[in-house]
Write a protein that binds this ligand. Structure first.
Ligand code: RIB
Ligand code: CA
Length: 312
């Protein structure tokens, strides 16, 4: 089967960085470009981090800076998890290539329009750039195969009681995406909280004995420390690579096609994804929601990519 062409929209971010590596070093994926969005850090920091991860893992695709704020101009950085640099925990190399002169949305539009096959958009940060692309380039939507996003939850949230961070940062953009009519796959906290960076994963990284694996260990140790401080989770969930893994092997998750809406007006629940698992409200199903993870299969995919990248 031909590799799946994707554009990765992200806010590196520790788990975004791992999603970049999984996308770049999986033969099933054809990573065409990377676009950044503010979320785990302000746009300048997450963009610098994207370039630094490209240098670290020898990823050579165009990188463009995307939206620095939500559609409504709000939201703050998740420094409480990812640190002041938005990617604390290791010394990262300086960028080895320049940022694309295009804006994030312009790069998405160019790559989609130039592709001879429909492209999959993968978002592992707030959905601002994806929403802007859908609104500004409606004629290009026919060349988008699917939107896969890490975000939301069928249960509780992690940025507010009921809103997951990426959706909380831009609920209005999420609403645009959910109403796009495109095939969508949602990898929310229900599935990503099963992708835990356990001591066994650290052992497997240690055993690789490459500079890259050592750097990743430093990043993951920082990520683990803040996650434990904030959420009392000793093993942090590596959210974002799950959105790549589902494209590599759909069997890596257990999913259900249901209706998903986003709460825009709730006093306490703005940004909550309303996942109608049992079709109680009768609205048409619009999203394939991942609800469970084959963790051993996921980690084999993730660590195989790290091993490949470490030898590049
Ligand atoms: O809620 C987890 C999500 O928020 C992940 O994408 C993480 O990188 C942060 O952006
Ligand atoms: Ca992210």
């Amino acid at each position: 089967m031909s590799p799946i062409p994707i554009i990765l929209d992200c806010d590196p971010g520790h788990d975004d960085a791992m999603a970049m590596i999984l996308a770049a070093y999986s033969p099933e994926i054809d990573l065409r470009g990377i676009v950044t969005v503010s979320g785990n850090g302000v746009i300048e920091k997450v963009t610098l981090n994207a370039l630094r991860i490209c240098a670290l893992a020898k990823i050579n695709v165009p990188v463009a800076q995307g939206a620095g704020q939500s559609l409504m101009g709000s939201g703050d950085a998740a420094t409480y998890i990812h640190g002041e640099s938005a990617l604390d925990g290791a010394d990262l190399p300086h960028p080895t290539f320049e940022l694309s002169p295009e804006s994030g949305v312009e790069l998405i539009a160019r790559l989609v329009s130039e592709s001879d096959v429909p492209i999959t958009l993968v978002a592992t940060g707030p959905l601002t750039n994806i929403a802007l692309f859908l609104k500004l380039y409606p004629d290009l939507i026919s060349n988008v195969k699917e939107i896969v996003f890490m975000g939301g939850s069928a249960g509780r949230g992690n940025r507010s009681a009921y809103a997951e961070f990426n959706i909380w940062m831009d609920p209005d953009a999420t609403d645009v995406v959910l109403k796009s009519g495109l095939p969508m796959t949602m990898c929310g906290l229900d599935v990503t909280h099963e992708a835990l960076v356990t001591s066994e994963i650290f052992d497997r990284l240690h055993a690789m004995e490459t500079p890259l694996s050592q750097t990743i260990i430093g990043l993951m140790k920082f990520f683990a420390s803040t996650y434990n401080d904030v959420y009392e989770m000793p093993d942090p969930p590596l959210h974002d690579p799950v959105a790549i893994a589902v494209l590599i092997d759909r069997e890596v998750v257990r999913s259900k096609h249901v209706n998903v809406e986003v709460e825009l007006h709730g006093t306490f629940t703005r940004g909550a994804t309303v996942v109608d698992i049992h079709n109680m409200d009768g609205r048409p199903a619009n999203v394939t929601v991942a609800l469970g993870l084959d963790a051993p299969k996921f980690w084999d995919l993730m660590l195989n990519a790290v091993e490949l990248a470490g030898k590049a």
